[in-house]
Design a protein around this ligand. Structure first.
Ligand code: HEM
Ligand code: HEM
Length: 241
């Protein structure tokens, strides 16, 4: 890869690659679960797969396990690829390159929000509902809605990434090249220097937030709290509503 081609940090490629594969697998197997037990809103002529719920549950749970790491990475090391303070303002002038870049960053951010909706509603699903014909649980409708939102956001994410950077940008996410300065041997020292900023000086942090990207910080809190809730929610609810 030439030096001018887009380069994505190795850790981003790993976390994004694993999450991306698991999300696409969850979307596909989720649809197959619907196609096996429900089919009210349309169907595909695919034979029912007996074990599909277990397969979906396992893949989706794996996604939930990597999501915290991916989200923390994106909101910190990768924050420049998410919503920026001027993103919404840039959307007022249609067609300029900054319009598309802003939309792409908003689309990246939406992927994280949509993921949280999918994992929270998924954690409230019960294995017994669909096989026994219980198709009207509120959490099932939320989970179906989350699937539709996820599909739309993924389509926008891919369209915007290809519009902004074309095929080279898409390919850069799957490239196996590693620059020496990005080698895993450097990760521990970089992680230590990141940790050395903790605990942060609260006043400095708040000033920094107000001057920089308050909206993104609010979204980060919502996403991280949402992921935490997805982990613990089934402990508090029987999910029979
Ligand atoms: C039409 C689409 C979908 C349907 C019908 C569906 C259905 C289900 C069902 C029946 C369960 C319970 C499985 C079990 O307990 O073994 C479940 C769990 C789950 N789903 Fe989905 N799903 C869909 C899409 C998605 C998508 C797109 C995601 C995420 C990207 C997702 C994430 C989850 C999660 C995190 C769980 C909890 C897994 C666990 O705790 O073991 N689902 N889903
Ligand atoms: C085939 C599927 C996918 C492709 C080709 C793809 C492509 C890309 C590309 C090229 C970027 C970098 C944009 C840039 O450098 O400006 C990106 C970033 C991002 N993608 Fe994807 N993506 C895919 C699937 C997903 C999925 C399923 C998710 C949801 C979990 C996701 C979430 C994100 C996020 C949050 C970012 C920003 C990361 C950061 O802040 O560092 N992507 N994607």
């Amino acid at each position: 890869m030439s030096r001018s081609a887009p380069y994505q940090p190795l850790l981003l490629r790993i976390l994004h690659g694993v999450s991306g594969i698991l999300v696409i697998a969850a979307i596909t197997t989720g649809f197959l679960v619907y196609n096996t037990f429900d089919r009210r809103f349309g169907k595909l002529p695919i034979p029912a797969i007996g074990e599909i719920q277990d397969i979906h549950g396992t893949l989706a749970l794996c996604f939930l396990l990597v999501l915290p790491a991916f989200a923390v990475y994106s909101f910190h090391a990768g924050y420049k690829r998410l919503l920026q303070p001027d993103s919404l303002q840039n959307l007022t002038v249609f067609g300029r390159p900054s319009w598309w870049v802003s939309l792409q960053r908003i689309a990246n951010t939406l992927m994280l929000i949509a993921s949280v909706l999918a994992v929270i509603s998924g954690r409230m699903m019960k294995e017994e509902w669909l096989p026994s014909g219980e198709l009207n649980h509120i959490w099932y409708f939320f989970h179906l809605g989350a699937w539709a939102i996820m599909v739309c956001c993924l389509a926008i994410h891919l369209l915007m990434s290809s519009k902004v950077g074309g095929v080279p940008l898409l390919i850069s996410m799957f490239s196996l090249k590693v620059r020496p300065e990005d080698s895993p041997t450097k990760w521990s020292s970089r992680f230590r220097s990141w940790l050395s900023n903790f605990p942060p000086n609260l006043r400095v942090q708040i000033n920094h937030l107000m001057e920089n990207n308050l909206s993104l910080t609010i979204i980060e809190v919502i996403v991280l709290v949402g992921i935490f809730v997805a982990f613990i929610l089934p402990l508090f609810f029987s999910g029979n509503e």
